[in-house]
Structure formats: C-alpha cells, structure tokens
Design a protein around this ligand. Structure first.
Ligand code: ASP
Length: 322
C-alpha cells in the first residue's frame, strides 16, 4: 500500500470577512494559495521530501505580493521590511531560523541554509544577512518588497506607538481601513513518513526595537517531529510565544495521546483564548491527517492529501475551488 502524503498551507489568520473582500481579491488569494499548494503536492507526489515541498510552497507565497512574507512584507516603524522565517525537519529534529533579515528575496531559503549549512539554529539581523550573502542567496532592493497597500496600512499608524498585527486588533482594526493579512506557513508529510514545517513573515506593521514574533521561534510558531506532527502558526506572535503553541500540540499528542485535531483545538480554543491570543495554526500528523484550526474570523488556508482531500478556505466556511 502506498504511504499517505499530505500538504497544508496558510496565508495568515485574522479578521478575514467576506464583506471586506472584493471578488477580484478573493480570487487572487485563492489562486495564490492554490498554486503554492499544488506545487508542494507535486513534489510529494513525485517522491520528493516534505522539506522540499514546504520550501517550494513557501517560496510561491513569499513571491506573491498579497502575502505578508518576502515581497509584500509589512513596514516596520522605520519604514523598512524586516523578515523572519523558520523551517524544521521532523525526521531528525533539525531546524533553521532567521529573524530581522532585510533584502533577502526568499527568507525561507535562508532558514533552510541555516538548517543544512551551518552549525546553528537561529541567526538574526546583520549576521543573518551576511550568511545569506556567503551562501549566495538572491537579494533584492527595497523597492522589490514594496506594496502600496502595506504602505498605506503603515501610514495609518506610523506616528503612533501602536503596532499592528496585520491581524486585527479591535482598536487597531478601526484605524486600518484595509485589513490585509498574510504570514505564510506550510506543513507536509512525504511518502517516506517524514514531516516538515515552515513559516515565513514580515511580522507586524510598525514593529520596532527589532521585535521578533513567534514565526521563527522553534516550538512557538513552527515545529515538526516525526513522532507526532508538524505545525505552523499565525496570529498575535507574543501570545503564541508565551503559549509555546506549536510545541504544545506535539506535547499533548506525545504525552497525553491526543489526536492532532484534539491537541490543536485545546491549544487554539482554550490555551490561547485564555491569554487572548488571536490566530490559528495548521498541522499534519504522522498518518497524514490534516487539521486547520483558528479562533479568528478567518484564516487563508488550503490542504491536499493523497487520500483525495482538496480544500481552500478563507473564511469560516470553505468555498468552491475555481
Ligand atoms: N505571528 C506573526 C508575528 O507575530 C504574525 C502573523 O501571523 O501574521 O510576527
């Protein structure tokens, strides 16, 4: 019998409501998610590794202007883009993370380089940029990362002390006419039974002091372990860090015997809610079961499995694939 394989992706969670969308935007998000999903799935179908599948899916989302990762990342207080990313391999618990990186076209590739070509797990700031140059990664000028709607979002709050979650925060949401979300993540199980998880983000609009969210922190926003599951989170990073959200799902499965869905529900709908942590997460377990759980109004998400499941969702309900 063929080993099951699966991939699941997200493009951020938050106040994603149908009434705030235009049909064009809805279509653009759906197509962006679908192309990333299909690319990752194709790699798995051809016997590729879960690490390569999540990298490929994330690269497509990083290159897509609508998502808050790579091109199209949000602006910091200083008006630049500083990006965070992480990748983890569940087979050997190897991981690579980067934070506060600028001008690297695909931050996930830099995280991957840290995982496979350094003795470290986590690099930040200028040092991470130097490593990108050393490894010959593609760099782009500031203009490449620019997007008008992120710039407009930032203009609304740049003179305040507020930082915005790109996800909505009531008071901030009111300030932001245009609610756009978009940290990206991918989790996959390959035909060899290996899990991998990856997350990439521009973080939060107007962030300062070198703020780093949960996305690049192993165990908070990203985690994979072949014994249990792979997880990628999106939401208010500070709370996901405090909840050690991604690893907590693994722990509930490993030590308490919960299923993937039960463990994710526990973390997203109880543990995070208790500390007012808004957002969600995607996961795949070692049998290829997929879950996508969020406590926000919506989450950009999609899944495709060798068992024939194929879904894309933006809001609470799923919608018809084009
Ligand atoms: N979790 C990310 C952060 O706090 C933001 C997001 O998911 O959009 O940096």
């Amino acid at each position: 019998m063929q080993q099951p394989f699966s991939i699941v992706i997200h493009g951020g969670a938050g106040t994603i409501l149908k009434q705030d969308m235009t049909p064009e935007l809805e279509k653009a998000y759906t197509l962006g998610l679908e192309s990333a999903l299909l690319k990752g799935y194709e790699i798995l179908e051809n016997g590729g590794t879960s690490v390569d599948a999540v990298r490929a899916a994330i690269i497509i989302l990083e290159d897509h202007i609508l998502f808050n990762a790579g091109r199209g990342s949000v602006f910091t207080k200083k008006g630049v883009q500083e990006m965070d990313a992480a990748i983890m391999s569940g087979a050997d618990l190897k991981a690579g993370s980067i934070a506060g990186v600028r001008n690297v076209r695909n931050p996930i590739e830099l995280a991957y380089e840290v995982m496979v070509n350094s003795n470290h797990v986590f690099l930040s700031g200028k040092g991470a940029n130097d490593f990108a140059i050393k490894r010959g990664l593609k760099l782009e000028p500031d203009e490449y990362f620019f997007s008008q709607f992120r710039y407009d979002q930032w203009k609304e709050i740049r003179d305040s002390d507020m930082y915005s979650l790109d996800h909505t925060h009531q008071d901030i949401a009111e300030l932001m006419k245009d609610k756009k979300f978009g940290t990206v993540g991918a989790v996959a199980l390959d035909q060899n039974g290996n899990l991998a998880a990856a997350t990439s983000t521009g973080g939060m609009t107007n962030k300062k002091y070198g703020r780093i969210g949960d996305s690049p922190i192993i165990g908070a926003g990203t985690y994979a372990n072949n014994k249990t599951c792979g997880i990628s989170c999106t939401g208010h990073g500070e709370l996901f860090i405090r909840a050690v959200a991604a690893h907590d799902v693994n722990a509930l499965m490993e030590y308490k015997g919960l299923s993937l869905e039960e463990a994710m529900n526990e973390v997203v709908h109880h543990k995070l809610i208790e500390i007012k942590g808004e957002g969600g997460m995607i996961g795949v377990d070692k049998e290829g079961n997929v879950a996508m759980v969020f406590n926000s109004a919506g989450m950009y998400r999609g899944m495709k499995t060798s068992k024939g499941e194929h879904k894309i969702g933006l809001y609470k309900e799923y919608h018809q694939l084009p």
